[in-house]
Design a protein around this ligand. Structure first.
Ligand code: C2O
Ligand code: CU
Ligand code: CU
Length: 489
């Protein structure tokens, strides 16, 4: 039996943004925001799992009409799905993806967060698969690969934002040690793919207005697994394991769950050493977290709310909203319920794990480099790393295999930039000189205007060319990417 709980009203502050603050994209779909009454039970994408050490399947990227909540939407799909099918494999498995491009543009696939070769038939973002053509991706997941929540999406430079905003993205889960911890096994697992969309009246994606050049394209339809405000159910006393991905092109999420803290157990690159209690989760585009939620309150309904967030202030602006500079979107400035947690029935209270998996501490770096993020004008807005826009023919950074480096990422611009590195994960050593409170493996870290972040990275196992870039994908497409060449030891 469900007892209705009085949902407390919160005070939400609006932002006073300058005249430059609006992104035109969302205007076409205004007046159709989903209601905040809890919707249908959460659904999960079809799962493609490895068997006997092999994950092998055919994969087609294609424009199709799909349902987004109760709306018809003309989107870009993988095997007809938005979000795409969830891929699941284990350390040591071989992955074979026979990929066909039925889009009207070139594309390719990137395996975000996986530690696999960046070359050949692996995680090769320099590949171009023209419309109508196929390519077979084949790689092995190393036998010591950590368990974690990874994902895949297109990475053809210049079209990444458009194709991701069209719907192309899905989860790539590696199962392993973390999944075997008894308290975690006892939890109910739900994947939450967070993604914003914009639709006009005919269900098409409107062209981004030119203001989207600054903030990146942002839609006003907030979806979880392609649904509006789905409901999540656990028994009272139950434990919920939420595995979240921000698969948006440019939108940040800042989440809180009414009356419930989150217990962080994993970040981008896998488990942390012990759960960390948090009241808010800020997810930049591309970031993932895993959290546990204890169903230890009164039976009822609890809203998972996306709080206002201003990317022009980023993390530094949290708690002092109202002094907006430029580039914020009105649609990041209102709180919105994106999912609802309900207790049904009861169970013996399930405990949290005390310990998870130790995080290796990296040796002192041999080299320290600086990367400055900023933007400028040049045929519209261009986004730059160390004053340069991306060039396919230029190697920006050369490192050696089996070395450790510190990268100091400095944002001298006016927008938050989530900095992302392919192939090898990193640890954040300090944020504005403040040491990180706990060790965690990351592959995306948001750097707010005026901030600097120090990363530590070991280059392991693979040589060749790979990339680092801003994960606001409009910024990446407009130049904020560099080529990293990992040379043999
Ligand atoms: Cu998810 Cu190169 O990015
Ligand atoms: Cu990536
Ligand atoms: Cu950026």
């Amino acid at each position: 039996m469900t007892v209705k709980k009085t949902i407390r009203r919160r005070e939400f502050l609006g932002l006073s943004l300058g005249a430059t603050g609006a992104v035109l994209l969302s205007q076409c779909s205004r007046g159709s925001s989903p209601s905040s009454a809890p919707g249908s039970p959460i659904t999960q994408s079809p799962v493609y799992s490895s068997e006997d050490g092999l994950l092998s399947f055919d994969f087609v990227a294609e424009a199709q009409q799909v349902k987004l909540g109760d709306r018809n939407a003309n989107l870009l799909t993988y095997n007809g799905q938005v979000p795409g099918p969830r891929l699941e494999a284990k350390p040591g498995d071989t992955v074979q993806i026979r990929f066909t491009n039925r889009l009207s543009q070139p594309t390719n696939l990137h395996y975000h967060g996986l530690h696999i070769p960046p070359t050949g038939t692996g995680d090769n973002v320099f590949l171009e698969i023209p419309p109508g053509e196929s390519h077979t991706y084949e790689f092995q997941i190393p036998s010591d690969h950590p368990a974690g929540t990874f994902w895949y999406h297109p990475h053809y430079h210049g079209l990444v934002a458009e194709q991701l905003f069209g719907g192309l993205a899905g989860l790539f889960v590696v199962r392993g040690e973390l999944d075997e911890i008894p308290e975690i096994q006892a939890a109910q697992e739900e994947f939450l793919v967070l993604k914003d969309f914009a639709l006009d009246r005919s269900g098409n994606i409107p062209d981004p207005g030119h203001m989207a050049q600054m903030t990146g394209r942002i839609g006003d339809l907030l979806t979880v697994n392609g649904q509006f405000n789905p409901s999540l159910e656990i028994p009272q006393g139950g434990l919920l394991r939420l595995r979240l991905l921000n698969a948006s092109t440019s939108r940040f999420f800042a989440l809180s769950l009414e009356d419930h803290p989150f217990y962080l157990i994993a970040t981008d690159g896998g488990a942390i050493a012990a759960p960390v209690e948090m009241n808010e989760l800020v997810l930049a585009p591309g970031e993932r977290v895993e959290v546990l939620v204890q169903g230890n309150r009164e039976p009822g309904q609890y809203r998972l709310v996306n709080q206002p967030f201003n990317p022009a202030q980023g993390m530094m602006g949290r708690g002092r909203m109202g002094g907006g500079m430029m580039g914020g979107s009105q649609h990041q400035n209102t709180a919105e319920t994106i999912a609802t947690l309900t207790y049904n029935g009861t169970t013996e209270p399930l405990p949290l794990p005390n310990q998870l998996i130790a995080v290796e501490s990296l040796p002192e770096p041999q080299t320290t480099r600086q990367f400055t993020l900023n933007h400028g004008m040049g045929g519209g807005m261009v986004f730059l790393i160390n004053g340069q826009a991306f060039d396919h023919n230029r190697i920006d950074t050369q490192v050696r295999l089996n070395t450790v480096e510190d990268w100091e990422i400095v944002n001298t611009g006016t927008m938050a930039h989530p900095f992302h590195v392919h192939t090898n994960k990193f640890q954040v050593i300090s944020h504005n000189g403040q040491p990180s409170p706990y060790a965690a493996w990351k592959d995306v870290i948001s750097v707010s205007p005026g901030e600097s972040v120090r990363l530590r990275m070991a280059f392991r196992d693979y040589v060749g060319k790979t990339v680092y870039h801003c994960h606001v994908l409009d910024h990446e497409d407009r130049g904020m990417m560099g080529i990293l060449d990992i040379q043999p030891a």
